[in-house]
Design a protein around this ligand. Structure first.
Ligand code: SAH
Length: 213
């Protein structure tokens, strides 16, 4: 598990690319500058780790494109000590970004292989989410609600109701909604039953799967 000057230089270049693409949040950029993304990937893709691209990880899943991670993280507006729920732990890269932003992170993954691998891996890098859960993200995590924000990192065919109801008042849900292509969508909870909705263009994710856990 090595992080060299070369990797650090490549990360700075990646950050420059993200800035050109419109990412502005200084904390988010600092997190991406710091986290060794190459260590979250299979060895066959190490050389590509700092391209702004998604890559395969275990169990037919993908590590999200850095731009997508940055875009979603920026929309969340995480403040230190915020309780944040992530659906789709995957490689743990987005989880690490949330940890760097100072969040208390809860993250759910439905693929056992990834859940096990990432549960072991994150602490090795010094990242300690509050809880990693093997389960179904459609249900959210009622026992730990309300959350200051919730991020879904797989394409959701519809917006799961439990996720909206587990937001704190003022809380933010960032979720890509759609089947083949997803529209990045932000919900802000304004009251018990009141939500504002904003849409931010198209992205492509692996699907958020139903009824598997
Ligand atoms: N944040 C991850 C993205 C991984 S891809 C990263 O950057 O590496 C999306 C992940 O969502 C996959 O690991 C997939 O197994 C998981 N997923 C799909 N449906 C899910 C569900 N219903 N509940 C929890 N996780 C789910």
């Amino acid at each position: 598990m090595k992080d060299t000057f070369k990797h650090q230089g490549l990360r700075q270049k990646l950050v420059d690319v993200l800035v050109i693409k419109g990412i502005q949040d200084k904390q988010v950029l600092a997190a991406i500058r710091k986290i060794p993304r190459h260590l979250f990937m299979d060895s066959s893709f190490l050389d590509h780790a700092y391209q702004d691209k998604a890559f395969p990880i275990a169990a037919d899943q993908t590590i999200s494109q850095p731009y997508t991670v940055a875009f979603q993280s920026e929309l969340l507006q995480v403040k230190p000590s915020d309780k944040v729920l992530e659906i789709g732990t995957g490689s743990g890269y987005q989880t690490a970004v949330l940890c760097e932003l100072g969040a208390k992170v809860y993250s759910i993954e439905r693929q056992q292989e990834l859940f096990k691998k990432t549960s072991k891996f994150l602490p090795k890098l010094g990242y300690r989410p509050k809880k990693l859960i093997f389960g179904d993200g459609y249900k959210g995590l009622k026992e730990e609600a309300p959350f200051a924000s919730i991020i879904v990192t797989a394409g959701a065919p519809f917006v799961p109701k439990p996720l909206l109801s587990q937001l704190a008042i003022g809380g933010r849900l960032v979720i890509p909604v759609g089947n083949d292509v997803q529209t990045m969508t932000l919900f802000i909870r304004k009251g018990e039953k009141e939500f504002e909705k904003y849409e931010f263009g198209e992205f492509r994710f692996v699907p958020l799967l139903e009824d598997k856990n």
